[in-house]
Design a protein. Structure first.
Length: 200
């Protein structure tokens, strides 16, 4: 059975494939030309996803370990009989109802800021331009130019969608499904990034 990271990577690649095909359709429509499937463009875009999805999955795991979305329950030590007795009485009084974990908003906003506003946005955008440039066999000067001229516009455009998607992701989506959710949101973003990839 494949690991959660493998499943997330395959789902991300599937969504990237769909977004690239849709972007190619939109580009042909915008340019008033017949649609011709660009296999090289498609393969480059999906390859970048296969390369970046596993580190992004691990990044989400690290963020969740560092800033858990839900309060961790403290368990009493097995040798502390008085605390165990009090806890079992408390459970009996509540009618054995499980208490729903409480969302930790401070941790949620910390993850959001680190992932969406600062480190995650910068690293993912730069990685995209470096990998796309390598796959297109661009010179290091051209890759550097793309990073200098395109990174800020892409990040600013991303601020229109990713802050909201990240808050929903961090507060409502289980960590093992987070990369899939973000890639689903990224279907639209992928269309935009496919259009960016075709111009750099």
């Amino acid at each position: 059975m494949p690991s959660q990271m493998t499943k997330a990577t395959l789902a991300a690649a599937g969504l990237s494939s769909a977004s690239n095909i849709l972007a190619q359709f939109l580009e042909a429509y915008r340019d008033s030309r017949p649609f011709v499937f660009d296999i090289a463009n498609f393969l480059r875009f999906v390859t970048v996803t296969f390369i970046t999805a596993p580190p992004n999955y691990m990044w989400q795991q690290l963020l969740e370990r560092s800033f858990p979305a839900y309060e961790r329950r403290t368990h009493t030590a097995p040798d502390d009989i008085e605390k165990q007795a009090a806890a079992s009485e408390d459970v009996a009084e509540r009618g054995n109802m499980e208490q729903k974990p409480k969302l930790n908003w401070r941790n949620t906003f910390s993850k959001w800021f680190i992932d969406c506003i600062t480190l995650g946005a910068i690293f993912n955008t730069v990685a995209f331009f470096v990998l796309m440039g390598i796959l297109k066999r661009q010179s290091m000067d051209q890759i550097g130019h793309n990073i200098r001229t395109e990174t800020i516009p892409v990040i600013v455009a991303g601020y229109k969608i990713w802050p909201f998607a990240s808050i929903i992701s961090f507060s409502c989506v289980p960590v093992e499904r987070r990369i899939v959710f973000l890639n689903f949101v990224g279907l639209l973003w992928g269309i935009y990034m496919s259009l960016v990839a075709s111009r750099v």
